[in-house]
Design a protein around this ligand. Sequence first.
Ligand SMILES: Nc1ncnc2c1ncn2[C@@H]1O[C@H](COP(=O)(O)OP(=O)(O)OP(=O)(O)O)[C@@H](O)[C@H]1O
Ligand code: SF4
Ligand SMILES: [Mg+2]
Length: 327
Amino acid sequence: MTLLEVADLRVAFPGPTGDVNAVNGVSLHVEAGRTLAILGESGSGKSVTAQAVMGILDAPPARIGGSVRLHGRELLTLPRKQRDRVSGEEIGMVFQDAMAALNPVFTVGHQIVEVLRVRRGMSRVDARRRAVELVERVRIPAARDRLRDYPHQFSGGMRQRIMIALAIALEPDLLIADEPTTALDVTVQAQVMELLAEIQRDSGMGLILITHDLGVVAEVADDVAVMYAGRIVERGTVEQIFAGPAHPYTEGLLASMPRVDRRDEQLYAIPGAPPNPARLPAGCPFHPRCPRVTDECRVTLPPLAALPADRASACHHHEEVLRATRR
Ligand SMILES: Nc1ncnc2c1ncn2[C@@H]1O[C@H](COP(=O)(O)OP(=O)(O)OP(=O)(O)O)[C@@H](O)[C@H]1O
Ligand code: SF4
Ligand SMILES: [Mg+2]
């Protein structure tokens, strides 16, 4: 069942030298009970896409177009009050920086209890009990006592867990996690990611996981959307994409992934840098960096074309790419 359907989403920010086109027609869907990973280099529009879905972009100044449907209901045209209710209750969000998401002057217990009281109308006693359960659910030892602590009294990993507890407090249908573990050290990253994947499986919610980490994608995602310059350039299941990407950018990302079986070889790096969203190149936005570029690519923007088996690629030469990469 399709939970979230985003169609031709566009987000532009007015800038001193013209518009910054951060998102340029993103279409994606999230199925209930599945995890969609959104991959792409810095500045490709992953967070802005998430913020537009979550309804937390200030517009104006941002200009937002296209469609975002949750359970078939259009969110972009909802009046502010209803939109806030959907964002608060049906979609949860976890960020990279828990310190920014949590209020430093209240105990974490107070923050969880307040959400439950205000949004669910729970009594103080019931909300307290539920808060203990939630903090236990994210595996924080001595949950009852820790509810009396302030955010700064937790380690980075524990703070991420608190933010996850807060995000799932209202049992959202969709959780958006935007680089939830980037600021943590590697072992803690793995633990938090495992927890997130486990909660997703148990609750059956849909999860959008934004990450730079292909290892994480292989481990926890079902579906993948690869973003470049504010567009989805490839979409498919994890198996499809790892078995043979259909876009040269994905091919480059996979080639630059560290592999245990090839430890001594030098890692590939995609040449050049992502384009400035205020001055996108003509034709395919990846063409200045693409090893498979042809004249057509410099002139014509490739649409995101449907391929067999419900995958998609925005490359004029996707057939050749697939033939070359399929293992
Ligand atoms: N509020 C804003 N006002 C103006 N420009 C913005 C705003 N937010 C993001 N941008 C620009 O939009 C583009 C996309 O940003 P976004 O944060 O979505 O990238 P990202 O893919 O999440 O990158 P990262 O991996 O670094 O988090 C960038 O060029 C960014 O500078
Ligand atoms: S359209 Fe051309 S430049 Fe763009 S990714 Fe495909 S081969 Fe490369
Ligand atoms: Mg981001």
